[in-house]
Design a binder for this molecule. Structure first.
Ligand SMILES: [Zn+2]
Length: 311
């Protein structure tokens, strides 16, 4: 295959195909899990459809909902019509694998940490899924307080997207539309450049009486906090890798903890003199401008800056 144009097209086709395959498998697994779940979590399937279609929309080359779901198109459209319409105008709040995690936590029971981690590991070990990292998380994190008996456990996964640009867009969307304000404020202190903001510091020290521990989903090991998580939350390890801020599973897991446990959150309030609620609103505005511009590069016009609400 000497012709560069031909080779380019072949590579594009492969990229499209890997995305499409993982997208379909995740949707299929969600539908399977839904049969074991109570009806009140149907919205998680609605949500993952929208998020995946959105990521297909900004994928290069573009991947359409029709080409992902194939012959279950009509059945899905009957039950979940909205994602098929709104994927090209509204932003998702979370990446697809977060919906998968929520579903597994729901089906397994929040207290069963070991079984949850095992179930997620099993799911991603599907040989079909592991051909590409598109839409699949590689790390899970569990957080809970340690100063009470039988604490409620909160989970999170690392950002799942398809390539660095869609990852950045999803981190921005989660900062603006999903994560707890302190967690989002910490992330935005270093996002998107990895350089610390000179005028705003929303980083915080996680209280001592909180466990926040990540595990590798592809290998049977725990995962010490990376440099970014050390900078954001005062976690300690000798790890030197600095992932894109907002990428790690710790972020979602702590955000879920703070949303439910107000007193833990209060103890983690950012202490820098460069922190204020007004400052946070200002950096939010910058991130909103950034993400609007990034979306425009994909011919996605985010008209009224609204997020999709799953039903
Ligand atoms: Zn990290």
């Amino acid at each position: 295959m000497a012709d560069p144009e031909e080779r380019r097209r072949a590579e594009e086709f492969l990229r499209q195909d890997l995305f499409r395959r993982n997208a379909f498998l995740l949707i299929d697994k969600m539908l399977e899990l839904l049969t074991q779940a109570s009806p009140d979590v149907t919205a998680l399937v609605d949500e993952i459809l929208h998020t995946i279609f959105f990521l297909g929309r900004i994928h290069r080359p573009r991947v359409t909902p029709e080409s992902i779901v194939g012959n279950i198109l009509n059945d899905l459209m009957d039950v979940f019509p909205r994602p098929f319409v709104l994927y090209s105008s509204e932003l998702p709040r979370r990446s697809p694998f977060s919906c998968v995690l929520d579903m597994i936590v729901h089906v397994t029971g929040r207290e069963n940490e070991t079984q949850i981690i095992r179930a997620v590991r099993e799911l991603i070990s599907d040989p079909e899924l592991s051909q590409s990292q598109d839409l699949v998380s590689s790390i899970i994190c569990v957080s809970h307080r340690t100063d009470v008996k039988d604490p409620v456990k909160y989970y999170g996964v690392s950002m799942s997207a398809a390539g660095p640009m869609s990852r950045k867009i999803m981190i921005a969307a989660s900062c603006l539309g999903s994560w707890d304000e302190y967690v989002a404020g910490a992330v935005m202190t270093y996002f998107p450049t990895k350089k610390k903001n000179q005028n705003f510091d929303g980083t915080f020290q996680l209280p001592e009486s909180v466990r926040c521990q990540a595990f590798d989903l592809r290998e049977d090991t725990d995962k010490p906090p990376c440099k970014s998580c050390q900078n954001l939350f005062g976690l300690t390890s000798r790890e030197l890798t600095e992932w894109v801020y907002g990428n790690c599973a710790e972020v979602e897991s702590l955000s879920n903890l703070f949303k439910e446990e107000a007193d833990v959150k209060e103890r983690a309030r950012p202490r820098s003199t460069k922190y204020s609620d007004e400052g946070r609103v200002k950096v939010e505005r910058l991130v909103k401008t950034d993400v609007t511009n990034w979306l425009r590069l994909h011919e996605f016009i985010w008209h009224n800056t609204t997020f999709y609400t799953p039903q």
